[in-house]
Design a protein around this ligand. Structure first.
Ligand code: GH3
Ligand code: MG
Ligand code: MG
Ligand code: MG
Length: 324
């Protein structure tokens, strides 16, 4: 259900292009060293934004990194402090680099303005500040920020969907194949062990044949839950296809992998699977094959192949077992 809702939201990509979207109130951080201009600028911005005011530029940097502002207005009027330093810091911090900056500055200081724009300041406004101009420039930046935020969130969601298995919420095969290569590179470079486990549900076709495909899906979801509950946070669990799952275990020797695989086998066998679709509880078992990365030039394909051969032996040996 959660995944369906996500799909619907992602399809809402067209939403991003909508121009009739009513303005959400913006949140603005005003960094300004003088009480008089703080008061004036805040009053001008009040109709379009919630304004937080800070006099000290270094405190402003922390505040900006802690909160989520749509716009930072820097009024270049500090004693003994170069406002471009703050702008440059705002651009370099992960948490603040996407927040637009509007610089309030003196007339006739073209070089400084060019320098500010080079640093990544988004826009500037000259003193004396015309309140209407301030509102217009601020609103433009706030709208663009909101639009960019939606776009970023949507791209993020789309990426997540592309690497997630809809039925179980685990990663899918595409993600595994990409990511396994990275994990292998890392393990090889660092001289660390890495093991994988392929597991396949035993006689799964019978579940479908006897109780229907939806009951089969229930088994797959519950199986995925048990995989999730068994592995560590650093492990990568994925649905490799059908009723086959793969767990990649960085920093894991063959001995440790055998223990994890046996724990998973028991987690499946020891408790019946609740099947709401068929109002029943089913006994399920799985076979597991494990393989460990060889120190030199081992590939993802070769590693998966060895684990798959071990799995095949587990099936041949009578199922419901781990083979290394
Ligand atoms: P074995 O012990 O040898 O693994 O026997 P098995 O029956 O589990 O293996 P087989 O490969 O013959 O059958 C796998 C079945 O899994 C066949 C297929 O219809 C079913 N299957 C694959 N994907 C899904 C799915 O998403 N949902 C459901 N319900 N069934 C699926
Ligand atoms: Mg099979
Ligand atoms: Mg099977
Ligand atoms: Mg299979």
């Amino acid at each position: 259900l959660r995944l369906r809702a996500q799909t619907a939201q992602t399809i809402g990509l067209q939403e991003l292009a909508r121009v009739d979207r009513p303005d959400e109130p913006g949140s603005v951080l005003l960094v300004d060293g003088r009480a008089s201009s703080q008061e004036r600028l805040t009053r001008a911005l009040k109709p379009i934004a919630d304004v937080a005011v800070i006099s000290d530029p270094q405190a402003a940097l922390f505040e900006a990194a802690e909160s989520s502002f749509d716009l930072i207005i820097v009024n270049a009027n500090f004693d003994d402090y170069d406002p471009l330093r703050l702008c440059s810091q705002l651009r370099s911090l992960e948490r603040t680099r996407f927040i637009p900056i509007l610089l309030v500055t003196e007339q006739g200081n073209d070089e400084r303005i060019v320098r500010a724009l080079e640093l990544g300041v988004t826009d500037y406004i000259m003193r004396p500040v015309d309140p209407n101009e301030l509102v217009a420039r601020s609103l433009t930046q706030i709208r663009r920020k909101h639009c960019n935020d939606r776009l970023r969130a949507s791209v993020q969601q789309t990426i997540e969907l592309a690497v997630t298995d809809d039925l179980t919420g685990l990663h899918n095969r595409r993600y595994l194949e990409n990511h396994l290569k990275l994990l292998i590179d890392r393990a090889t470079t660092r001289g660390r062990p890495l093991s994988i486990c392929i597991t396949d549900i035993d006689r799964f076709k019978r579940v479908n044949d006897t109780h229907g495909h939806d009951a089969g899906d229930d088994v797959l979801r519950e199986f995925a839950n048990r995989v999730r509950a068994t592995v560590r946070g650093a492990d990568l669990a994925c649905r490799f296809g059908g009723e086959e799952f793969v767990v990649v275990m960085p920093d894991t020797t063959p001995e440790m992998a055998a223990i994890v695989a046996e724990r998973l086998r028991l987690a499946v066998e020891s408790r019946g699977f609740d099947i709401p679709q068929a109002a029943t509880v089913l006994n399920v078992t799985a076979s597991l094959g494990i393989a460990t990365l060889r120190p030199h030039g081992d590939t993802a394909e070769a590693l998966l192949k060895r684990a798959d051969m071990a799995l095949y032996q587990a099936k041949n040996g009578g199922r419901n077992r781990v083979v290394a």
